[in-house]
Design a protein around this ligand. Structure first.
Ligand code: CTP
Length: 412
């Protein structure tokens, strides 16, 4: 459904990337009013914002005074997204300052607020910024973890603005949740999601792999970020950009996946194994490329069984930790799913049918979520994000009690 979004732009070099965020939101049909801070206009000018949004960019409290713009824009907004959120902007918002139009709107706002920070690593890690972020989060705002990578100049580290498409994807999820997004219900929770498909090396140039794209795992990660969780993704050979606000641990094989997932799972509230983990690997990996020789029989491939990551998680689980498996089945989906849930010992199993163009690499999914208590939740064919929200709803129901400090406060 089209929504009214205020896109606040802070005075950082990443302001140019906010143009892409704006494009994605307008392409999705949302009406976006851009509110740059006065200094942000040094990076990207008013004309660019006006042309891309199709609406005047409102920059000063003193423009259109008769309309009281900070009140009008804030009251009408379904979402305020600040990208890039600089250290200064986070500080002013945390302190409740109202010294320009954007901070005045933030103080007026009664809708969900999302900050996508961008700054140098030292600023992001400074105790002052940590305190400001904690204070904003405690009031219900969603402050995304920045990406790690190249910063302005030769430096690199955490502090880079997340990919514009991925920031827009979080904003879209927040909008889809409507008023429930006012209280990020997974705030204070730490979750781990595995995604993609493992590759098992045969020789330096070949591997055994599978068709998993990682889309469902990434949709789970984005949905959890949009609900306030701290998310780690263990990504096996995923070629999509990192979701905004998550820590990504790249892996290749099932063995890598096992060690990364088991270490990330320590102290986590939930682990969702959406990855397609290869059951078998070549029994021996050739150090050199396997050659064919004229007239000789083709080599016979011997396989060895891989460790089962989900079973290992079940063995080492922390009290209260919820474990979710995925099962891709080609036939007798419900019967295989029930048997697998019992065999694996996890709390929930998401069962979907694969093959013939279904599930792998597609935008949509259709599934049944089986609970260890015998419940079956059917999720009709729809975007993977919708299935992701159903999974998190069912996970949240299994947690013993609410995490302190988030849902009982007035948002922002
Ligand atoms: N899984 C795992 N480690 C493995 C294989 C699978 O952790 N070595 C996890 C998957 O991530 C998924 C669940 O187990 O969450 C079920 O995966 P699936 O491949 O459907 O089940 P298998 O146990 O491999 O059973 P089969 O392939 O025989 O159907």
């Amino acid at each position: 459904m089209p929504a009214r979004v205020v896109l606040g732009v802070g005075a950082g070099i990443a302001a140019y990337k906010a143009c892409e965020v704006l494009r994605r939101l307008t392409e999705a049909g949302h009406a976006v009013r851009v509110v740059p801070t006065p200094d942000a206009l040094r990076f990207v000018g008013e004309a660019t914002w006006a042309a891309l949004s199709g609406q005047p960019a409102t920059t000063a409290v003193w423009d259109d005074v008769q309309d009281v713009p900070h009140v009008r824009l804030a009251q009408r907004a379904d979402l305020i997204l600040v990208a890039p959120a600089t250290a200064d902007l986070l500080s002013r918002a945390a302190a409740g300052r109202a010294d320009d139009l954007l901070t005045s709107i933030l103080l007026m706002a009664r809708c969900p607020v999302v900050y996508a920070p961008a700054m140098h690593t030292e600023m992001w890690q400074h105790p002052a910024t940590r305190a400001n972020v904690a204070s904003l989060r405690a009031r219900g705002a969603l402050v995304l973890e920045p990406a790690s990578g190249r910063l302005t100049g030769p430096d690199s580290g955490p502090g880079r603005l997340s990919e514009p498409d991925e920031i827009a994807a979080v904003a879209v999820r927040v909008l889809a949740r409507g008023v429930t997004a006012l209280f990020p219900d997974l705030a204070g929770r730490r979750v781990v999601v595995s995604a993609g498909g493992t590759r098992e090396e045969l020789d330096p140039v070949r591997f055994l792999g599978n068709w998993s794209s990682g889309r469902q795992g990434y949709a789970l990660a984005t949905a959890a970020v949009a609900r306030g969780a701290e998310v780690t993704v263990v990504a096996a050979n995923v070629s999509m950009p990192d979701p905004a606000g998550v820590r990504v641990m790249p892996v290749i094989s099932a063995a890598d996946m096992k060690s990364a997932v088991l270490s990330a799972a320590k102290g986590a509230d939930a682990v969702v194994m959406a990855a397609a983990v290869a059951d078998f690997r070549p029994a021996a990996r050739s150090e050199v490329k396997i050659k064919k020789s004229a007239g000789a029989e083709p080599p016979v491939l011997r396989l060895a069984e891989n460790p089962d990551v989900l079973r290992a998680l079940v063995h080492q689980r922390d009290p209260g930790q919820v474990l979710v498996g995925f099962a891709a089945e080609t036939n007798d989906v419900l019967a295989h799913g029930r048997a697998k849930l019992a065999a694996k010992g996890c709390d929930l199993l998401v069962v979907n049918q694969v093959g013939r163009g279904m599930a792998f690499g597609t935008q949509d999914n259709e599934a049944m979520v089986l609970g260890d208590d015998g419940t079956v939740t059917s999720v009709p064919r729809g975007p993977k994000e919708v299935l992701a929200d159903v999974v998190w709803d069912l996970v949240a129901q299994r947690w013993p009690g609410p995490r302190a400090g988030r849902s009982d406060v007035d948002p922002r």
